[in-house]
Design a protein around this ligand. Structure first.
Ligand code: FAD
Length: 425
């Protein structure tokens, strides 16, 4: 199809965040273009795990039955330090089940949901620059196989993932002094048909048999394969000096017998993950960053599909109706802070602590001995606490989060780049 030359709402990136934004905006009656550098179906390095928060968002998109048809799990099977615990999802105001769907399939389906609602999809268009009109973005310049193309827009949503090249053009800065993720995944066929639980190994060991500040996972998919992966935490002060490919091979060898793994792990892919809103410059007059581009990843478990879906949906509610264009410069980071600030602040503080050498070997065995403690840990690590939850754990978690945010030198989603040095991008 020919690339449109103008639109009301332009969304760059058709992962979960961009497609959720496009679906919401089209549903609200906006004219929407959803552009992506890739041609769908496309792969994305991910564990493919869907927590109950993600399931809830997929239900909002009318995809509840679709995702259920691809299997559902009851919770997390956590192993490590000589223990094995099966920890059901807590339920409460969120669904009591999770899922796991390969991103090639999931992202294609969510994008289709946006197109079904009236968004115009553009593929093979890589955003490389913006055109400005004063403090507004007037259009985005794309590199395509047919040469450069510009799409003029009134509002721009940037959902181009963790590297966010367009975000960088707009002045996004990623602060790596708080915890970030380093993770890799691959696929392998498994003879063990056991998709009732997703499995995490909290005692992840490196080549020297040292305990790493991260975890390994085996997430069963509905087609007889498992997504197998490893992820560790790092900070600028304590970078993760690990070779992910050899780590994943090492981890798969340990799991091979138990999971009846057949053949080699294939399609290994890895990425760095900004986490916990450690990104400044997430919005301007008529544009906003969502999903990974805005650092919306849970620092304690590395999940970001749900935050992508949530922020994609939420940003549209701020865009304003046709007559009144809202200024997003302060409104969007304030909204992100309201929704995620305290949870991300405390989570990234704890994640930073976990990068301290020798902490995990000491704390891990203690934690894993207590089912009650791990049940609480699963809930808070997964941020499965919503504003509606009023129980003791929820109140304590929110209180700790607010205290943590007050103590933050740079809170999540700072409106402007207040500090140097930082890594652009
Ligand atoms: C190894 C690993 C395991 C993970 N496991 C999980 C997990 O189990 N569960 C979970 O919830 N999260 C997990 N995550 C995090 C999750 O993958 C991300 O948080 C999620 O994909 C964020 O969605 P997004 O829409 O913001 O970005 P993306 O999914 O990255 O989508 C961005 C889109 O933008 C497009 N794009 C990029 N640049 C441009 C450009 N210049 N122009 C046009 N288009 C562009 C890309 O092609 C892509 O389609 C994992 C991450 C990694 C690296």
């Amino acid at each position: 199809m020919t690339t449109p030359t103008r639109t009301d709402v332009l969304i760059v990136g058709a992962g979960p965040a961009g497609s959720a934004a496009a679906a919401r905006a089209a549903e609200a009656g906006h004219e929407v273009v959803l552009a992506d550098a890739a041609v769908f179906p496309r792969d994305k390095a991910c564990g493919d795990g869907l927590t109950p928060r993600a399931i809830a968002e997929l239900q909002h998109l009318g995809l509840g039955d679709w995702v259920r048809g691809r299997g559902e799990n009851r919770g997390l099977r956590a192993a490590g330090f000589g223990q094995l615990l099966e920890l059901p999802w807590p339920g409460g105001s969120l669904p009591a089940h999770g899922g796991a769907v390969a991103r090639t399939e999931l992202d294609t389906r969510i994008r289709a949901a946006a197109l079904e609602r009236g968004a115009t999809g553009v593929e093979g268009a890589r955003a490389v620059d913006v055109e400005r009109d004063g403090d507004r973005v007037a259009g985005v310049v794309f590199a395509t196989d047919d040469g450069p193309a510009t799409i003029a827009c009134r509002r721009l949503v940037v959902a181009d993932g963790a590297r966010s090249t367009l975000g960088r053009v707009l002045g996004r800065v990623w602060h790596r002094d708080t915890a970030y993720g380093v993770a890799a995944r691959g696929y392998v066929r498994s003879g063990r048909h056991d998709d009732e639980w997703i499995s995490s190994h909290l005692e992840l060991r490196g080549a020297e048999d040292e305990v790493l500040s991260g975890y390994g996972w085996v997430f069963p998919l509905h087609d007889g394969h498992v997504n197998i992966g490893v992820g560790t935490l790092a900070t600028e002060a304590r970078p993760a000096n690990i070779r992910l490919r050899s780590l994943i091979a090492h981890y798969a060898a340990q799991r091979r017998e138990d999971w009846q793994l057949e053949g080699e792990v294939r399609d290994i892919a890895s990425a760095l993950l900004p986490m916990g809103g450690a990104v400044s410059g997430v919005a301007g007059r008529n544009w906003a960053l969502v999903g990974d581009a805005a650092g919306c990843v849970n620092p304690l478990n590395g999940e970001g599909i749900d935050y992508g879906l949530e922020t994609g949906r939420t940003v549209v509610d701020l865009l304003g109706s046709d007559g009144a264009d809202a200024d997003l410069t302060l409104a969007w980071p304030a909204t992100l802070r309201r929704h995620y600030g305290s949870a991300f602040s405390i989570a990234r503080r704890l994640a930073g602590l976990l990068t301290t050498p020798r902490l995990l070997p000491l704390a891990g065995p203690v934690g894993m001995r207590s089912r009650a403690l791990m049940t609480v840990a699963l809930r808070v690590m997964g941020n499965l606490v919503t504003d509606e939850d009023a129980d003791l754990v929820a109140r304590a978690w929110r209180l700790a989060g607010r205290a943590s945010m007050r103590a933050d030198e740079l809170p999540p989603f700072p409106a402007a780049d207040l500090r140097t040095p930082a890594v652009a991008g």
